[in-house]
Design a protein around this ligand. Structure first.
Ligand code: AMP
Ligand code: FE
Ligand code: FE
Ligand code: ZN
Length: 302
């Protein structure tokens, strides 16, 4: 069995342990391969990193096999969900699941459904752009992604950069891809209450990602987070690059009131975003609690 003190192992004291619990690889919309991701995590001086690709666990095996000596890996995923916004509407939210059983039939069925949904939806967005005369080839875009991968807007943004339409992924989002933007197409994401229960039933720890990241679009009312805590939410991602000070303060108070864990993470996507690995970090005690609570798979150390 993995010791529960794993997050603060090694020569560093708990205080100095550097833990980043949210990072993407080429298994979804990051630009580092799973191997490259764990190597970059070690190079960034991290002690613990979580691989949390959107709607897939496809990167786990490669990351485990390539773990640099001393680096600890928390296997996870980021589930694309739909939540009530608390104002009679609904909003897109992301749920991080840590150390769940990747063979759970409910998880594999839902992730497979969502990956199909993602590819279909990205093709529709690309087709609409092509119909408007933008130099985007929907077939080439999809063919360029690994089979069964969770296609996302950053892939389309990359195609727009490659075609010289925009200078950066950020510009592609601002001009074409933002939620509610001219080519945006929605998805039938997982009901967030279902997702929280599903991750828990698979032995994982569910943590709500960047819940108050207002620059990405509308966010949930605090009342929704209260309800999520009641069905088994384990934590809130408080320290995230898209959270300003007020959002962090509000989430920290909510977490304390509801007895939820507080995490901090970069949401690294390689060159698809400007954030650095380890830009935001999680306390060792929190990482230990996640490991001690989870029963799906264990954390592994290289
Ligand atoms: P999708 O999964 O297709 O809905 O696309 C969402 C992904 O795009 C998330 O991983 C975000 O991190 C990324 N994203 C959202 N807004 C931006 C932006 N302005 N610049 C770069 N990446 C973004
Ligand atoms: Fe992403
Ligand atoms: Fe996210
Ligand atoms: Zn993410």
């Amino acid at each position: 069995m993995t010791p529960t003190s794993g997050c603060s192992r090694g020569s560093r004291s708990r205080r100095d342990t550097r833990i980043d619990l949210h990072a993407h690889s080429t298994a979804s919309d990051g630009t580092d391969s799973p191997v490259g991701l764990v190597e970059a995590a070690a190079a960034a001086g991290l002690d613990v990193v979580a691989i949390t690709d959107h709607d897939t666990t496809a990167g786990w095996a490669e990351a485990v096999a390539a773990l640099p000596a001393g680096l600890r890996l928390i296997r996870g995923a980021e589930f694309s969900c739909l939540a009530p916004d608390g104002r009679d509407g609904s909003v897109s939210v992301h749920l991080l699941g840590y150390l769940f059983d990747p063979q759970s039939p409910a998880v594999t069925a839902e992730q497979t459904r969502l990956r199909n949904e993602r590819r279909h939806r990205l093709r529709t967005m690309a087709e609409r752009m092509a119909a408007d005369g933008l130099p985007v080839d929907p077939d080439a875009l999809l063919a360029g992604l690994p089979a069964d991968s969770p296609a996302g807007r950053p892939h389309l943004a990359g195609a727009l950069v490659a075609a010289g339409v925009v200078a950066s992924v950020d510009e592609a989002f601002a001009r074409f891809l933002a939620t509610g933007g001219p080519y945006y197409v929605g998805r039938a994401d997982t009901d967030v209450y279902t997702a929280v229960r599903m991750v828990g039933a698979a032995g994982g720890v569910p943590v709500l990602a960047h819940a108050l990241a207002g620059r990405r679009g509308p966010v949930v009312e605090p009342a929704v987070i209260v309800e999520l805590a009641a069905v088994g939410l384990g934590g809130l991602e408080v320290d995230h690059p898209d959270h300003d000070g007020a959002a962090r303060d509000q989430l920290r108070v909510l977490a304390a009131d509801l007895g939820l864990l507080v995490t901090g993470s970069s949401d690294y996507h390689g060159t698809n975003k400007t954030v650095r690995l380890g830009q935001e970090t999680t306390a060792a005690q929190v990482c230990e609690r996640i490991e001690a609570t989870a029963t799906g798979v264990a954390a592994v150390t290289g």
